[in-house]
Design a protein around this ligand. Structure first.
Ligand code: MRU
Length: 341
């Protein structure tokens, strides 16, 4: 959520520096750090000071603006800096979408700082507007009294503001509906427990955290009316890549006959990926699994696999909400129609 609407912000351009809320310190400490070099911004993305597909896209755009200052308008050096930003995390396509958009302006403006910064601000503002539009579209599916499950954090913290999946919930609450949220804790990094619970409770939205293992059972017991999640990359056929564990949630929702919705801006759709099999999956360091908050929970030397994302086939997705409308069924046709609008 933008700073004008909430007591916190995720990303801000201030006095020729990028300011980021350090999400690794939440929920205990709300700490903002200032960044004035491309390398520092790239490190912040890689180490997850800032995370969430749209948020890393917006942050990278401001990173390019920093490069325009740092490299005094040298197009060659600014483009090289774009590649440093692009080498941080492989899965969320918003990062590459944003960098490509910034590169075009860098070239067209011959590296002019004002033009580059203006484009970064546009990406920031458009992201908030997109979240609000998809929020209103998705909220129409949530009835008063619904209990909605979400996975990971697809909120204000994962975007420039408002959020994608949590934006749908916010929009429903703003319409006066009584919505209860069940947040999966989302091991290994606990984005649900640490981030979703923080931002929703800060805003007074009813949130209950469950262990990831409890989700399927609660759905079978009909304690959940709908699921809504965000996305890191959506293939042309609707296959959706999101935080690891999303696929299990989708399978459980389908088995229980509960709608499973995805909310994501058009910048998350990658028509160059024909199916989910073409989406690169980030594997992160073992320590995310071997430790919780610095405390080892596995025997020394035991092997670990830590994929950060998974793919939910489009057939398990009831509908995808975007800023240009919702799509269901034939995603290939649906995306073509949306892009034509
Ligand atoms: O590894 P993260 O925390 O960057 O993963 C984030 C997610 O998987 C989100 O659900 C996704 O980026 C959508 S955010 C609007």
């Amino acid at each position: 959520m933008s700073e004008t609407e909430n007591s916190f912000f995720t990303i801000k351009w201030d006095n020729d520096e990028v300011v980021l809320l350090d999400q690794r310190k939440l929920p205990d400490f709300e700490v903002y750090e200032r960044y004035n070099s491309v390398q520092a911004v790239a490190d912040a993305i890689k180490t997850m000071v800032v995370r969430g597909a749209p948020a890393i896209g917006v942050t990278a755009a401001y990173g390019v603006a920093l490069a325009a200052i740092e490299f005094k308008g040298s197009v060659h050096d600014i483009i090289a800096a774009c590649d440093v930003l692009g080498a941080t995390r492989p899965t969320a396509v918003n990062l590459f979408w944003s960098i490509d958009r910034m590169k075009k302006v860098v070239i067209a403006s011959d590296g002019e700082f004002e033009a580059v910064l203006k484009e970064a601000h546009a990406i920031f503002e458009e992201d908030i507007a997109a979240c609000k539009k998809m929020g209103a579209i998705g909220a129409a599916h949530f009835k008063d009294g619904f209990t909605v499950l979400t996975h990971c954090n697809a909120g204000a913290l994962a975007t420039a503001g408002w959020g994608t999946a949590l934006g749908v919930i916010r929009s429903a609450v703003a319409e006066g509906k009584n919505i209860k949220v069940i947040a999966d804790e989302t091991r290994p990094r606990l984005q649900g427990a640490n981030l979703t619970a923080w931002e929703l409770s800060k805003e007074g939205i009813d949130v209950t955290v469950i262990s990831d293992n409890a989700a399927a059972s609660l759905m079978r017991l009909k304690k959940i009316d709908a699921v809504v999640v965000g996305a890191d990359r959506i293939a042309a056929n609707g296959d959706t890549c999101n935080k690891i564990g999303t696929y299990s949630v989708a399978l459980a929702a389908n088995a229980a006959g509960i709608p499973f919705y995805v909310a994501a801006p058009l910048s998350t759709i990658d028509i160059d990926c024909a199916t989910g099999d073409d989406i690169p999956i980030e594997y992160r360091e073992d320590e995310e699994v071997t430790h919780i908050h610095g405390v080892r929970i596995l025997p020394e030397g035991v092997k670990v696999l830590n994929p950060a994302f998974d793919v939910t086939p489009g057939k398990y997705i009831t509908a995808i909400f975007t800023e240009a409308g919702e799509i269901s069924g034939n995603y290939i046709e649906g995306f073509k129609n949306l892009c034509r609008k």
